[in-house]
Design a protein around this ligand. Structure first.
Ligand SMILES: C[S@@+](CC[C@H](N)C(=O)[O-])C[C@H]1O[C@@H](n2cnc3c(N)ncnc32)[C@H](O)[C@@H]1O
Length: 308
């Protein structure tokens, strides 16, 4: 058995260095070049370069604890200079629809018979909160995040018309609904896996002659709000009513706030919804606390209000 100290076989012999032949630079270089010109040498060279590149890359400055979570999850985008409200509709038409109204030649003939002539499902879509805020803010631009079939959007269009306002309402929805919603009440026909939700929304808007006051951005909430920020599209009134889990509501509220005009009002549905352990309520309350607001309740909606 070897003792713990017995490392003799690992050590160089005492004469190890004395017998090494002296190599000059040129010999070493030409040996290296020769090695590199073989396929194996070249392969080793590639691996070494990759490893060196990887090791020299500086990673973001993460701390070992979760203390930096708040710092890392900031929504810090600087939005563009504001487009004047009368130009907002044209901006979206240009950016999203190639300059052509999506209602031109609507509905396509193969879709026509698949839409419900009269079906506009919504949730608290005509609550007094809409009238209360529209009368108070008299908005030129409204953004709705989460529109479904347009029940609350068309209600808001009707209210603004009654007040003689020239308001443009921008609806954000990916028009995918959620898994299983087709089974609620009635079902839209599925066409190759598409539920036709966007077409039903468009039909409902056209039916109440609101195609001039309602425009839509048919993408995910985060992407659409980020794009509005990039294009300089701001609103005086923003309703958040898309997904109801904390993470989604938190992201939507923060991104929506970026495109809210100074003095505008942010509000949202489902303050009392128990989904995700009251995810919407937690997100709205946290945002209010971190940004110096308080939450007011109006029906089932929360409204972001100044502290005093
Ligand atoms: C409760 S419904 C909106 C109802 C509508 N405000 C009303 O009362 O008439 C929620 C909508 O949000 C949309 N939605 C959910 N998550 C989304 C996301 N991440 N991006 C875009 N839309 C989303 C769904 O497609 C659905 O149409």
């Amino acid at each position: 058995m070897k003792s713990e100290d017995d490392h003799s076989e690992l050590l160089p012999s005492p004469s190890h260095n004395h017998h090494r032949p002296r190599l000059n630079h040129r010999t070493v270089m030409s040996a290296a070049i020769k090695k590199l010109s073989t396929p194996t040498g070249f392969f080793i060279f590639l691996i070494l370069s990759y490893a060196l590149g990887y090791l020299s890359h500086t990673p973001p400055d993460f701390s070992q604890s979760a203390a930096d979570l708040h710092q890392l999850s900031r929504f810090s985008t600087q939005c563009s200079k504001a487009v004047p409200p009368p130009d907002v509709r044209q901006t979206i038409l240009g950016r999203v629809f190639n300059g052509t109204s999506p209602w031109q030649n609507f509905p396509p003939s193969h879709i026509h018979n698949m839409l419900f002539p009269d079906w506009k499902k919504g949730w608290d879509s005509e609550n007094p909160v809409f009238g209360n805020l529209i009368r108070r803010v008299r908005p030129k631009i409204i953004i709705e995040v989460g529109t479904f079939m347009g029940a609350s959007a068309t209600h808001m269009a009707d209210l603004t018309k009654q007040l003689g306002l020239e308001t443009q309402i921008i609806c954000i929805d990916d028009f995918r609904g959620w898994p299983g919603y087709y089974d609620d009440d009635k079902s839209l026909k599925m066409v190759n896996g598409d539920s036709l939700l966007m077409y039903q929304f468009m039909h409902n808007v056209a039916k109440v002659n609101a195609t001039e006051s309602i425009m839509f951005v048919p993408f995910s909430a985060g992407t659409a709000l980020g794009s509005l920020c990039e294009w300089g599209v701001y609103a005086d009134l923003i309703e958040v009513d898309a997904a109801h889990d904390f993470q989604a509501a938190w992201s939507d509220i923060n991104k929506a706030f970026k495109v809210l005009r100074p003095g505008g009002v942010l509000f949202g549905h489902d303050y009392f919804l128990a989904e995700d352990n009251f995810g919407v309520r937690r997100a709205a309350e946290l945002f209010a606390r971190l940004n110096g607001f308080r939450i007011q309740i109006d029906g089932e909606h929360w409204v972001m209000a100044p502290l005093h």
